[in-house]
Design a protein around this ligand. Structure first.
Ligand SMILES: [Mn+2]
Length: 283
């Protein structure tokens, strides 16, 4: 196995663990092969909105949480900023659970001294603020689309066609046609500017992107429902968007490595109930 990629900071969000069809195996492989001094989890990490409907949780999801707790134990500074799908955690802001610090938002200083505002971003989603109910409806129709897409994906694979996602395509069209979504980056950078920051790192809209708006940096770290993206900072403060595209072989060997590692941890009696406790915290 190759040496892990090492970063000063990793920014990740919108894992939506618990939702059927998320990229949990790739996410586990990513966490197994990427290290950082600080990791920001910028919201919608576990999807509470799915609870009580179809809850889809597998071994990879357990091992993702174990990976985070192991990293925290090794001294990685993990900051968790809840989003709208995991806002049950917002009431625990300013506390630390298993070495993971929970905050409503954060300020990150890059190696070269830029001050970045870190937040999930749903409070700048005017569409969401207007109607939480509508957004719930939107959420379940995306799930229906993902389900419809499965046979389509199978046929396209059979005929060796380029993969195409109905859900992504519909969401993109919807977002592009919606002024409120287009205004998201504008309003959020305007507020960052007003508060005196050099930029903002957020998630929420599932679209990894970097742009400069009136001199303010806008970074969106994308999602792990479909795109498998992160924002990274190297030791000298250089930031970038990372698209994780591992081979199936890499994913499977890293998952196996994780499973073996955590199996050994369990055997040596290292609190195997912790993952369960964290899951229960959401119920
Ligand atoms: Mn969100």
């Amino acid at each position: 196995m190759e040496a892990n990629e090492h970063y000063r900071t990793l920014f990740l969000s919108d894992w939506h663990l618990g939702l059927k069809g998320v990229q949990s195996s790739k996410l586990l492989a990513f966490l197994e092969s990427h290290d950082a001094e600080t990791i920001y989890l910028i919201g919608d990490i576990i999807d509470q909105w799915v609870l009580g409907r179809k809850w889809s949780w597998n071994q990879d999801c357990d091992n993702i949480l174990r990976n985070l707790m192991a990293k925290a134990e090794m001294g990685v500074n993990i900051v968790y900023i809840p989003g709208n799908h995991d806002d049950g955690f917002r009431k625990w802001a300013n506390t630390t659970i298993k070495g993971i610090s929970i905050q409503k938002d954060a300020v990150h200083t890059t190696a070269d001294g830029r001050k970045l505002w870190i937040l999930h971003g749903d409070e700048f989603d005017l569409f969401m603020r207007q109607s939480k109910l509508l957004c719930h409806l939107g959420h379940s129709s995306i799930q229906i689309l993902m389900r419809l897409n499965r046979p389509v994906a199978w046929i396209r694979r059979k005929f060796r066609l380029k993969p195409w996602s109905l859900a992504t395509s519909v969401r993109r069209t919807f977002q592009n046609s919606s002024k409120t979504f287009r205004r998201f980056s504008k309003t959020i950078t305007e507020e960052a500017n007003r508060r005196g920051y050099d930029g903002v790192v957020c998630g929420h809209i599932h679209k990894a992107e970097f742009k400069l708006l009136d001199g303010i940096e806008y970074w969106n770290d994308g999602d792990w429902v479909e795109s498998c993206t992160a924002v990274t900072e190297t030791m000298d403060g250089t930031m970038d968007i990372l698209h994780y595209q591992p081979t199936d072989f890499t994913v499977n060997s890293l998952r196996l490595r994780a499973a073996q590692r955590f199996e050994e941890m369990n055997l040596s009696n290292q609190d195997p109930l912790d993952v369960q406790l964290i899951q229960e915290a959401f119920l």
